[in-house]
Ligand binder design. Structure first.
Ligand SMILES: Cc1cc2nc3c(=O)[nH]c(=O)nc-3n(C[C@H](O)[C@H](O)[C@H](O)COP(=O)(O)OP(=O)(O)OC[C@H]3O[C@@H](n4cnc5c(N)ncnc54)[C@H](O)[C@@H]3O)c2cc1C
Length: 430
């Protein structure tokens, strides 16, 4: 009997636990270590930040569904992983030992890397639902007292879709409140061009998103490095192609929301052989750590190099479907190891993404996520808004019922030609 521990119960960790349960059967133990017992659907945070969703509507209590699926939950959180001892040290001093570990901790949010940055200082965040609630209170103040707005993503950020999404969601919410005419908006981003998204664009996201910005009266600054934030003022260096200073900006704002750079969480950061210098988990093409061979990783915590050199550091996003493909590959590889075989499944890392604009949106499919690609498609329209709502409801239902990929989802993905696994098909492994 093997014990497989999953560290983190976010988007990647919860479906990881469900898929392990599916492929391993009752003979083996699946345990999850998380901070708390609640799952929260991060992609809905932009809606929480303008009051279109309540916190409770996007949360699931994991205790009952984990109980039903025979998954043990340790809600204390991890203080430190000790991979050389096959042990997770919990924050209350207890320990969980494991035969295999899947790390799915998501990011640590590096607000402290810029003076005055983040929800404890002068800028809002939508990375966590509690930040989004705080951003909602700031939005209410903005509606009462309109003024300039800055939205964007800081140097080293690896999550750009939500910054664009929030720009247009906020634009719509301000139009609904009839104050948009008194709110000049500027998009400030580390990306070298609008629509780069950390992926060197997908399809023609450059034209699509520039056009949307123009139509919604949003100005932008690219190749931007935020130097410091003061109350009501952001100091930004705009760099040229060669990295030289092109312009210095002191931007006034009444409201600012910017995505921070991500790094690995303290429980894993600095472990020789496990993480890179930013604390992201090193993984081979089977999601397996090259040093600690019984440790796998999925989601935002995985180390992925940038797609190319840019004047300001720009990271690669890890989107939902890409994470699900990492999960499926990991489940099958661990099942093979438990059976005494070698891992062979590889995640496709396909990006399928919907960025909602409140009354429209932009969708893109990148297969694989890193160019050159076999599929490189983007499109916009009202249907994206409806599709994003459908995705939210569908994903939360999967979490509530304890199933990672119901058969109809697999059929739909097959029909669209979107695979989660590269090397070995799921049915061949069963
Ligand atoms: C605002 C926003 C919107 C996004 N929208 C989309 C979208 O529309 N579509 C899309 O495809 N992708 C989207 N993403 C990207 C991505 O899908 C999400 O970030 C996703 O939640 C990442 O999943 P994850 O499992 O890697 O991390 P998370 O979902 O962040 O989960 C990590 C979990 O690990 C836990 N944890 C951390 N440290 C510890 C510890 N020491 N001990 C125990 N537990 C710990 C956390 O509490 C959390 O539960 C969005 C990202 C953001 C930030």
């Amino acid at each position: 009997m093997a014990r497989i521990a999953v560290l983190g119960a976010g988007l990647g960790g919860v479906i990881m636990a469900y898929e392990l349960r599916d492929v391993l059967g009752k003979g083996h133990e699946v345990v999850v270590v998380n901070k708390g017992t609640t799952y929260s659907f991060v992609p809905s945070n932009p809606w929480v930040a303008v009051g279109w969703r309540d916190k409770e509507a996007i949360e699931v209590d994991l205790a009952p569904v984990f109980g039903k699926r025979d998954i043990r939950l340790h809600p204390q959180g991890a203080a430190r992983v000790h991979p050389e001892e096959n042990r997770i040290e919990l924050s209350d001093g207890a320990s969980v030992s494991y035969d295999f570990l899947v790390i799915a901790t998501g990011p640590d949010l590096a607000f402290d890397e810029i003076e005055g940055f983040g929800p404890e200082h002068h800028t809002q965040s939508i990375c966590h639902v509690d930040h989004a609630l705080q951003a909602k209170a700031a939005f209410d103040r903005l509606v009462k007292n309109p003024g300039p707005v800055i939205i964007g993503a800081a140097q080293g950020a690896s999550c750009y879709g939500p910054a664009y999404e929030f720009t247009f969601v906020l634009d719509k919410a301000l139009r609904d409140a009839k104050v948009r005419d008194r709110v000049p908006m500027t998009f400030v981003t580390a990306e070298p061009y609008i629509g780069h998204l950390g992926l060197d664009g997908v399809g023609d996201t450059k034209t699509l998103l520039e056009s949307e910005m123009r139509q919604h009266h949003v100005k932008w600054i690219t190749n931007a490095k935020v130097d410091a934030v003061e109350a009501g003022r952001m100091l930004v260096s705009e760099l040229a192609e060669d990295g030289a200073l092109k312009a210095s900006h002191a931007l006034p704002f009444s409201y600012a929301m910017m995505l921070p750079a991500f790094r690995g969480v303290p429980a894993v950061r600095g472990i020789e052989g496990l993480t890179n210098p930013r604390g992201f988990i090193l993984a081979d093409r089977h999601q397996r750590n090259p040093t600690f061979r019984n440790v796998f990783s999925v989601g935002v915590c995985v180390a992925i190099p940038p797609v190319g050199k840019t004047p300001v550091p720009v990271g690669v996003p890890k989107t939902g479907f890409m994470i699900e493909s990492m999960v499926t590959a990991t489940a099958h590889n661990i099942a093979r190891l438990v059976d005494g075989l070698e891992p062979e499944a590889e995640a496709t890392w396909n990006a399928v993404c919907l960025a909602d604009f409140g009354d429209g949106g932009v969708a893109f499919v990148a297969q694989p996520q890193i160019p050159p690609r076999n599929v490189n498609w983007s499109s916009s329209g009202k249907w994206v808004h409806a599709a994003k709502i459908g995705f939210e409801k569908y994903f939360l239902r999967k979490i509530r019922i304890g199933k990672s990929e119901p058969f109809y989802e697999r059929l739909a993905l097959q029909a669209l030609g979107i695979d989660k696994l590269k090397a070995v098909k799921i049915d061949e492994q069963a």
